[in-house]
Design a protein around this ligand. Structure first.
Ligand code: ATP
Ligand code: MG
Length: 443
């Protein structure tokens, strides 16, 4: 017998009316054993749902019955038997077993409850993620994340983008050295990359025209917030012969498409989480930085000056304002002061104090930053210097601008924040299998 024979059907695939006398094998985790007077029920759980295995004591081989009753919760088993319709059982059938094979017995007590009756603390759940994943709600989040990433790949591929990967071990910082993790690379110091930014721009000089990357970014920021990780997943694009407005359109349409696809393909998971999604309306509202400052000053105790960056409370005030006005959670902030955007953001030609940088916001937090980029090497060097950085460290990057760099634009959107805001989870760690933060390095 091959191991694949241990499971002929997932729980949700069994249709008693189609099977007739055919035997099935279900495999999974012992969800529950209920030993009643004349009958014993064993519920087997797999990633699609549950199967009820029914043993009527009088009609069952005593040795088989004994094995069933002694099954320890969360052990892994395979059960082979015939199927009967049963309206009261999950999925509408029960399995009458010929054989029960115990494949791995679980120790008890379990590190945490899996029934959902007692809600464990996030930290406890993350410490035993393998058990936490046996809860329907946790699995639902990662199915939706899968659907999000699939939709991203479909959407961008359809728009002519090519998927690429950039190195995560790098020699220099993307935007200055404050938030980098240093590592030892043979006899040299290297860093974990905080963004694929510089590499995806080099690809524009290579003529790849439209690229995207889904990959890890590392930020050594000492944050301890609900929306920051030290290792996150960034979805990045870069596109040639495009300005910031062109890539903003790609971004808002992509986000709307992702929501549509999740609704279409992951409705079961949404239901498990009790989330009702509404597709964001395109185009997203464009708020200028000047308007954003006015909104904050008019609606909060804060007094921002032109040139100040927007903090968390400002972002919330603007988010609420836009939501009240439009009924929508997503919007852009455009026309930022050049000084507070990264060096590679293109200043407006007719008003260089403003840049062609933008942020795409959710009511509750920033989701994405992007810009038309500077493609003129002299201007780029000037901007690198004016941000107090040394152009020499950027030589590998600047070189690509001196031999035919087209104008280009792009953005990066955090996958975790996208999923988190979609599902309304309180903590970003909920949507990461194994989050990395100040305290957490294992598992
Ligand atoms: P914030 O100001 O909210 O910390 P940022 O402006 O530093 O974000 P960017 O460098 O603009 O972030 O990165 C682009 C996107 O990547 C962000 O909008 C966010 O969605 C995601 N991202 C960046 N840093 C983190 C992080 N530490 N944890 C989770 N997601 C992140
Ligand atoms: Mg940003």
């Amino acid at each position: 017998m091959s191991l694949a024979d241990l499971r002929t059907h997932y729980a949700s695939e069994i249709k008693p009316e189609e099977l007739g006398d055919e035997k099935v094998s279900v495999a999974g985790w012992v969800h529950e054993v209920r030993d009643l007077g004349g009958i014993c029920f064993v519920v087997i759980r797999d990633r699609t749902g549950r199967s009820q295995v029914t043993l009527v004591k009088k009609k069952t081989d005593p040795e088989l019955l004994d094995r069933a009753r002694k099954l320890v919760r969360e052990s892994v088993v395979s059960v082979t038997g015939s199927v009967k319709p049963e309206g009261k059982a999950p999925n509408g059938y029960e399995v009458i077993p010929d054989e029960i094979t115990l494949l791995n017995e679980a120790e008890s007590p379990l590190p945490m409850d899996t029934t959902g009756k007692v809600e464990a603390e996030l930290d406890t759940r993350l410490d035993s993620r393998f058990i936490d994943l046996r809860r329907e709600k946790t699995t639902a989040i990662f199915r939706i994340r899968h659907e999000v990433l699939r939709a991203v790949r479909d959407f961008l591929t359809d728009k002519g983008f090519i998927e690429t990967s950039s190195p995560k071990v790098v020699a220099t910082a993307t935007e200055g050295g404050t938030s980098l993790f240093p590592i030892t690379y043979f006899d040299r110091e290297a860093f974990l990359n905080q963004s694929p930014q510089l590499f995806k721009q080099i690809l524009m000089s290579g003529g790849m025209d439209r690229v995207f990357e889904i990959g890890p970014i590392f930020r050594a920021e000492e944050h301890d917030t609900r929306r920051h990780l030290n290792e996150a997943t960034s979805i990045d694009i870069e596109a040639s012969f495009c300005d910031h407005f062109d890539v903003m359109e790609v971004l808002e349409n992509m986000v709307a498409y992702i929501y549509e696809q999740v609704i279409e393909n992951a409705s079961d998971s949404l239901e498990v989480l009790g989330v009702e999604l509404k597709v964001p309306k395109v185009p997203f509202k464009r708020v200028t930085y000047d308007e954003a400052i006015e909104i904050v000053n008019a609606n909060t105790d804060e007094m921002l000056n032109w040139g100040d960056d927007l903090g968390t409370s400002s972002e919330h005030a603007i988010g609420e304002y836009v939501f009240k006005e439009t009924g929508e959670s997503h919007y852009f902030i455009i026309d930022w002061p050049t000084e507070i955007k990264p060096f590679y953001a293109m200043p407006y030609e007719d008003n260089p104090v403003l840049s062609k940088g933008f942020d795409m916001m959710h009511r509750t937090m920033e989701l994405s930053s992007g810009a038309q980029r500077i493609h003129i090497p002299e201007l780029l060097i000037e901007r690198i210097e004016s941000q107090g950085l040394d152009p020499e460290g950027f030589e590998f990057y600047l070189k690509a601008f001196r031999y035919g760099m087209p104008p280009h634009a792009g953005w990066g959107i955090g996958c975790e924040r996208l999923v988190m805001t979609m599902l309304g989870t309180e903590n970003i760690r909920d949507v990461v299998l194994f989050p990395r933060d100040r305290r957490r390095l294992s598992p």
